[in-house]
Design a binder for this molecule. Structure first.
Ligand code: GLC
Length: 633
């Protein structure tokens, strides 16, 4: 079986003989011994099923044996090195394989471009088999087969080959592991739909309307407009199946140990293809309990903790990245505790949303509070920072605080959306609403960074002045992104100023999902223009490139630095200080159109990291949307 070359399946676990067998044996036994008692305890607490636990342990062994030697070597190096993903030279990029390069092989052919972008972490957006009809695939988040690559993108062998090539060049790969649901086309769902009890028990089937009604009452909607409701009626069975996301995404039932075991085998299979970072999609939703809001339940943490231990036993080099798009108090618990860690890394989602709120209000007060909250967390917590990703921006802000400042939730969300639609005077942003829910007054927002900063409007109007402002804002936001501790991720295309793509509106399969506005084909013609000194791609790409160089070279950007958000008197200014030993960086960001004069803390001299000039300086004049990185000399 070719596709199994770097993995194994539950039914065909093969053990490879090798000279290093005794050492390997010992390594596996030692790792299993380290976690066995806790793993067993948690498993039995959830499932009380010794046979299934024994099967799980056997399979861990089989996946360990099947793990290619080069990956085992990488595991050993990473174990010795410690948190490898926290190094300040890490720079990520998130991309769609088809948009960027057509196929997996195409991505491999374009690694030189990624290196030119300084990227050493690539998040390949969902590439596993999914319905070809885009209106049933949720951008690949409806997985039809966890062990097969979407045929138009390539094969599992292509993926393993890409991983090997990337590793040789110091690049790591991230992929999505969609745990909460499968596509209705997945074999389990097809067999469940055919009435096979064994497979029906892997999902949530319901005949009782009272139960369905209670879920509707207690559980918030994920896609209130595009996919309302939590259940989908299947006439052929005369019952409904739980579908919290889209009707074609059936929620998996993790009360069934078969589901947990099989999904762990899928996870290990993908890890054995050479994936370095596993993004656990929509993880807060994976456990359901009638009478609760079905989010962040304790059993979710038990499952993530077990997954962490399973990873540490079989493939300790890999990183679990949790997608927890929740209010801040629900996010940090997904790191677990120092003794019982869960995810290695989490999305800094509230900071991202608060950043765009700050762009629209020119008032940094909320962003300061948010950043202070992040800075108060243990420094070992690693966040993934980003300006834009493939999803909409949900306005999950701290409304109690905002309302104390006179910004009420519903009108404020409307203001933010109007601002980014470009309706508000003074805004040059462009984009589209997402899941505009008239009953709650809630809507989210979609658009690329460049379009939201005004590059699209300025280009359309041929207004050079406007364009200069838009680029200034775009560069400043990236500088601010790179100032934060953690892993910065660039959304592919942002480095060259890719603007919104409106073609989804003419495609019936995508028209209902405005997230496609920022999922356009990668504009290679803009890459060609990087060398043209007057072009937008040149101005943006070179500026970002310089900032990335600085971050890589200056230890003060490291994860070990102390970060403090200072109370600048002017609400338009965000003032961050990073300290590492003797080194102090003063980073100031002007979130307004007006010029500002900033007085630096007294010091004999400062080095402006952007210009490289060291001199005695007391005050700095900043133009609108300007920033500075001044290091105490
Ligand atoms: C995650 C993805 C999103 C997808 C959802 C359902 O939130 O980021 O794109 O729609 O999961 O799988």
């Amino acid at each position: 079986m070719k596709a199994d070359a770097r993995g194994t399946t539950a039914s065909s676990a093969k053990t490879k003989g090798s000279a290093s067998r005794p050492k390997n044996n010992e390594r596996f036994r030692e790792r299993l011994a380290r976690h066995h008692d806790e793993l067993r305890w948690l498993y039995m607490e959830l499932y009380d099923n010794g046979d299934m636990f024994a099967e799980l342990c056997e399979q861990l062994r089989a996946f360990f044996d099947a793990r290619p030697a080069d990956l085992k070597q990488l595991d050993a190096e990473r174990e010795a090195e410690g948190a490898w993903y926290r190094k300040r030279d890490m720079l990520g990029m998130q991309m769609y394989i088809d948009n960027f390069a057509g196929t997996i092989k195409g991505v491999e052919e374009h690694l030189d471009y990624l290196k030119r972008c300084h990227v050493n972490y690539v998040h390949l957006m969902p590439f596993l088999d999914t319905p070809a009809d885009k209106s049933r695939s949720d951008g690949g988040y409806a997985v039809a087969d966890f062990r097969r690559v979407r045929p138009d993108l390539g094969t599992m062998d292509d993926l393993a080959h890409l991983a090997r090539t990337c590793h040789a060049q110091g690049i790591s790969l991230c992929m999505d592991f969609v745990m909460n649901h499968t596509s209705e086309d997945h074999e389990w769902a097809r067999r469940a739909r055919a009435g096979e009890g064994e497979y029906m028990s892997r999902y949530f089937f319901e005949r009782n309307q009272a139960v369905i009604d209670q879920y509707t009452r207690d559980v918030p909607q994920v896609f209130p407009t595009t996919a309302p409701g939590h259940y989908t009626y299947l006439p052929e069975l005369g019952q409904s199946v739980m579908t919290q996301f889209y009707p074609y995404q059936w929620d998996l039932n993790y009360r069934n140990p078969r589901v947990f075991n099989e999904m762990m085998y899928n996870f290990l299979y993908l890890a054995n293809q050479g994936m370095d970072i596993i993004r656990i999609d929509a993880v807060p939703y994976i456990w359901k309990e009638l009478g609760t809001n079905c989010r962040n339940l304790p059993q979710v943490h038990t499952i993530v903790r077990m997954m962490r231990m399973i990873g540490e036993i079989v493939c300790p080099g890999i990183v679990l990245l949790g997608e927890v798009v929740m209010e801040p108090k629900e996010v940090a618990p997904y790191f677990g505790t120092p003794e019982k860690p869960e995810c290695h890394m989490l999305y800094n989602v509230t900071t991202m949303a608060t950043t765009w709120h700050t762009v629209a209000t020119r008032d940094t007060r909320l962003l300061r509070r948010q950043m202070e909250a992040v800075c108060a967390l243990p420094r070992t917590y690693t966040f993934l920072n980003y300006l834009r990703c493939h999803d909409d921006i949900g306005w999950g802000l701290d409304y109690p605080t905002l309302s104390a400042w006179g910004m009420e939730e519903v009108p404020h969300k409307k203001y933010l959306n109007d601002y980014f639609l470009g309706i508000v005077a003074g805004s040059d942003s462009r984009g589209a609403l997402y899941n505009d829910d008239p009953t709650t007054g809630d809507a989210r927002f979609c658009g690329t960074t460049a379009s939201m900063c005004g590059v699209e409007a300025a280009g359309f109007e041929g207004d050079d002045d406007k364009l200069a402002w838009a680029l200034q804002k775009d560069i400043m936001l990236h500088a601010y992104l790179l100032t934060q501790s953690g892993l910065p991720i660039i959304y592919s295309g942002d480095e060259v100023g890719q603007v919104n793509d409106y073609s989804y509106r003419d495609d019936p399969e995508r028209a209902d999902d405005s997230r496609y506005i920022h999922r356009g084909k990668f504009p290679w013609e803009l890459v060609d223009a990087i060398d043209d000194a007057d072009s937008v791609p040149h101005r943006l790409f070179e500026a970002l490139s310089d900032l990335e160089d600085i971050r890589r070279e200056e230890p003060v950007f490291g994860a070990e630095a102390t970060v403090r958000v200072c109370d600048a008197a002017d609400p338009a200014l965000l003032w961050i200080e990073r300290t590492l030993g003797e080194e102090v960086l003063v980073a100031v960001f002007n979130f307004s159109d007006e010029g500002k004069t900033v007085t630096l803390p007294a010091a004999p001299a400062y080095t402006d990291l952007v210009t490289g000039v060291t001199e005695a300086v007391e005050t700095v004049d900043m133009c609108g949307w300007d920033f500075m990185w001044m290091k105490r000399a």
